[in-house]
Design a protein around this ligand. Structure first.
Ligand code: SF4
Length: 61
């Protein structure tokens, strides 16, 4: 899933994953949208951001 990186951070989202392409200073996310998985998760640890992209990854297109 290709998601655009915006100039502004996503309102109400704090993310400390500083190795993500979308992470911005202050622990914000600059992705246009994010998707969290999986359905039917039962613990905090089980959930993941599916929008995550490694910081130094080249274009995926
Ligand atoms: S895409 Fe997900 S992992 Fe990356 S900064 Fe945004 S919320 Fe964090």
């Amino acid at each position: 899933m290709h998601v655009d990186k915006k100039d502004e951070a996503l309102d109400g989202v704090k993310c400390i994953v500083n190795t993500c392409h979308y992470h911005v200073e202050g622990d914000y996310c600059s992705a246009a949208e994010i998707e969290i998985q999986p359905r039917n998760a039962t613990t905090t640890e089980e959930t993941d951001c599916a929008t995550f992209r490694p910081l130094h990854e080249q274009s995926m297109r």
